[in-house]
Design a protein around this ligand. Structure first.
Ligand code: HDD
Length: 751
């Protein structure tokens, strides 16, 4: 905006409302020449972008941006136009016959604007409707050419651009982030041999073994069809009715009722490819493979009461967390690990590797790190990128292939199919976020929303008129692994698929004591929302096949007698190879030991000890944490000795559930004010119940006593200190790095 325009009154055309004459000559506004649409495109052409993937890019450089660059629209300094590029003189008033007269049908400016608006929404995803995404890259840290010809693993140091979308499953597009749910972890690799989508979840198993059951599963977990409730929740009759009749879902239910289903952040959860896939090397030799994403920040979760409160305080909690971390230059990272094994080895396992309700325990096949995923750029536009991105389990590249997992078989069909209605036709691969960096040439033609302008008269193959192009690539192209197939056509499943409880028991046995407690409480809570007692009974009966301790705790939580165990599908189940797998506990991955990006509240009020506030804040910020001064209201306040502080948040708009820890500095007057404020006491009680790191300094200690929080030597996360912040701040940082202090948990909560 130039200075002259800025100096104009806010609504310079206002006078036009008051006279026919003025209305006919509306204020034209400032105009500037249109930008050259080709500017900036040449250096980021398709080939240049694709070249980037052949070698390591600079950190933070994202080759996928090359393709997106050509379609980025930036209105700065531009006049408003119609979709036909006609400059619009007045965007405030429709065209009327007289100022008080009827609006005119010929007003194409109004009609185009409203028509476009009427069609702004597209159908949301059938599942995983709610999600957030980011750009980044995958860096190969170990060439895997002996195992696979897949482009991302070709060379140590090679970087492949990616777009990653995280999601919840059950909720609708506008639902809360912190629902108890599975999280999607979908990675689109823009490899130089085409797109590879690894469409996984944050849990390594699934509810069902066969895609035939997927629509039923989804209908059961989605809001009940008669009244459309509940939103983004599994705590209702139809879900538990279905899963209690589907014992194969028991293992997944253990994960779903664990804290894995309420992650602290997308940045702090694992991802899994779930199915057994196939690596194929250049010689055509194949191995089976499972993919694991392990977060550098460690695996951390919320507690249920916290997740419930966060969903009210900030329904966008995970979206905001991911966005802010990347925006601040703290892009999250994951290590990619692979479990590789042969078909012969798989045949010996007590479970079937084609069964998506089973893991391959790490004790049986170790997870070998092969690369890292870095997310370092937020999307420019949520709709264009995050909403329109289309992942597909069928998108593999040479060097990768499927196995006969019957769940995967259905997915290979479903994902492309769903985009045809969601994105309005078969050409969604041309939407910039979906378009591969590798060139696309084929004889598929036309269809809704076609962007490419195919030249020439030939759209068939073989041809002679176009010199045979585009030609078949033969062994240079994707060649399916020639897995022998034999057998009668029938509906059924292999023998080992009938064992449903061994790995559910393995998961439960591998959890820390407090994790087991959370699983039992989650089952009891969810089943308490079920209105039909027979469903509750059936579910608890099923849990008896997992652990009597668990079944007993759930039955007690529901005030019911322990039912007989549900009959098993097989009398004599195979003995599992592994009975405890420590890596299945959240505690197995504490993270890098730092506090980077952790959020800490310092409670402030008039008269607070400003020196303590600054010293603690400086120490925390220095260690990479994010600090907010939370006051009785936002804005300036006078600290002890008259110094001015500015509260970033208030006890209303930044409740304690949004933080990882809290500090109450001294300052007699401030503590007196906070003691009289029920919200401050509730802040501390919630933080305490949620296992957060807490520190009271000097007079600040009194606020804890007022909240009913007593010092306890066994509680490493409750620091009630006197003396200089230089000593106490490092103690707080160390305790915060442990993330949570479940040792203080009691049932029911004592505070
Ligand atoms: Fe699926 C979306 C993950 C089984 C059918 N799925 C979707 C997304 C993820 C998964 C992460 C969201 C992708 C995005 O962010 O856009 N799905 C899984 C995993 C499964 C699984 C890990 C089991 C191992 N899915 C599964 C089955 C079917 C589908 C068995 C159908 C037979 N999934 C779909 C879908 C979705 C989808 C209807 C909805 C929107 C979309 O595909 O693009 O096609």
């Amino acid at each position: 905006v130039d200075a002259a325009a800025a100096a104009m009154p806010h609504n310079a055309g206002k006078a036009a409302e008051y006279g026919e004459e003025a209305a006919r000559c509306p204020y034209t506004g400032a105009t500037v020449p249109a930008a050259d649409p080709s500017a900036g495109a040449s250096s980021l052409s398709e080939s240049a972008a694709s070249e980037k993937t052949n070698g390591p890019a600079e950190p933070g450089v994202n080759a996928a941006g090359g393709r997106l660059e050509r379609v980025r629209a930036d209105a700065s300094g531009q006049a408003l136009t119609t979709n036909q590029g006609v400059r619009v003189s007045d965007n405030q008033h429709s065209l009327k016959a007289g100022l008080r007269g009827p609006a005119l049908l010929k007003d194409f400016v109004l009609r185009e604007k409203v028509t476009h608006f009427d069609h702004e929404r597209i159908p949301e995803r059938i599942v995983h409707a709610r999600g957030s995404a980011a750009h980044g890259y995958f860096e190969c840290q170990r060439a895997l050419t002996d195992l696979t010809a897949a482009a991302p693993f070709a060379e140590k140091g090679k970087r492949t651009p990616v777009f990653v979308r995280f999601s919840t499953v059950a909720g609708e597009r506008g639902s809360k982030d912190t629902a108890r749910d599975v999280r999607g972890f979908a990675v689109k690799f823009y490899t130089d041999e085409g797109n590879w989508d690894l469409v996984g979840n944050n849990m390594p198993v699934f509810f069902i073994q066969d895609a035939m059951k997927f629509p039923d599963l989804v209908h059961a977990v989605k809001p009940e069809p008669h009244h459309g409730m509940p939103q983004a929740a599994s705590a209702h009759d139809t879900f538990w009715d279905f899963v209690s009749l589907m014992p194969e879902s028991t293992h997944m239910l253990m994960w779903l009722m664990s804290d894995r289903a309420i992650p602290r952040s997308y940045r702090m959860m694992q991802g899994f490819g779930v199915h057994t896939f196939r690596f194929v090397n250049a010689k055509g030799e194949s191995r089976l493979v499972k993919f694991h994403w392990n977060p550098v920040l460690g695996t951390h979760s919320q507690v249920w009461d916290e997740a419930v409160k966060v969903s009210g305080a900030d329904p966008d909690f995970h979206r905001r967390d991911l966005w802010e971390a990347i925006d601040a230059g703290n892009g999250p990272q994951w290590e990619l690990g692979v479990q590789v094994f042969t078909e012969e080895e798989a045949d010996q396992f007590s479970f079937d590797v084609l069964d998506a309700t089973k893991i391959v325990p790490e004790e049986l096949v170790p997870v070998v790190p092969v690369g890292r995923l870095v997310l370092d750029r937020n999307p420019d536009n949520f709709f264009a990128e995050t909403e329109q991105v289309a992942f597909c389990a069928a998108h593999v590249v040479p060097g990768l292939d499927f196995t006969n997992d019957p769940l995967l078989a259905g997915r290979i069909h479903s994902y492309v199919d769903t985009q045809i209605s969601r994105l309005g036709g078969p050409n969604f691969h041309e939407i910039p976020i979906n378009a591969p960096l590798a060139p696309v040439q084929n004889n598929q033609r036309d269809g809704m929303h076609r962007q490419a302008i195919h030249r020439g008269r030939v759209a068939y193959e073989p041809n002679s008129l176009a010199g045979g192009c585009p030609f078949q690539a033969g062994m240079e192209g994707f060649v399916s692994f020639p897995e022998p197939a034999a057998g009668d056509e029938l509906r059924g499943h292999p023998e080992k698929f009938a064992e449903h409880y061994n790995q559910a028991a393995l998961f439960y046995a591998s959890q820390a004591g407090w994790e087991r407690g959370h699983i039992a409480s989650a089952f009891a809570f969810e089943l308490s929302k079920v209105t039909v007692p027979a469903i509750r009974r059936r579910m608890v009966a099923s849990l008896r096949n997992v652990s009597d301790e668990l079944a007993q705790a759930v039955a007690q939580g529901l005030g019911m007698e322990l039912p007989d165990p549900l009959p098993r599908a097989i009398e004599d189940p195979p003995r599992p190879e592994v009975e405890v797998s420590p890596s299945l506990s959240l505690t197995a991955r504490p993270g890098d030991g730092g506090i980077a990006t952790r959020k800490v509240a310092i409670l402030v009020a008039e008269g607070v000890d400003a020196k303590a506030v600054s010293a603690v804040a400086d120490a925390l910020i220095g260690a990479g944490a994010t600090v907010r001064l939370v006051g009785q209201r936002i804005g300036p306040l006078a600290a002890e000795g008259g110094q001015a502080l500015d509260a970033d948040g208030s006890l209303d708009n930044q409740p304690s559930a949004l933080f990882d820890g809290a500090v109450v500095p001294g300052g007699e007057a401030a503590v007196e004010r906070l003691r009289a404020d029920g919200r401050a006491l509730e802040f501390l009680r919630d933080a305490f119940r949620h296992g957060k790191t807490l520190m009271g300094m000097g007079e600040g200690k009194q606020l804890f006593a007022a909240a009913g929080i007593e010092p306890d030597e066994a509680d490493g996360g409750l620091l009630l200190v006197d003396g200089a912040p230089a000593k106490s701040a490092p103690m707080f940082i160390e305790a915060l790095a442990r993330h949570r202090h479940p040792e203080r948990e009691t049932s029911p909560p004592a505070v």
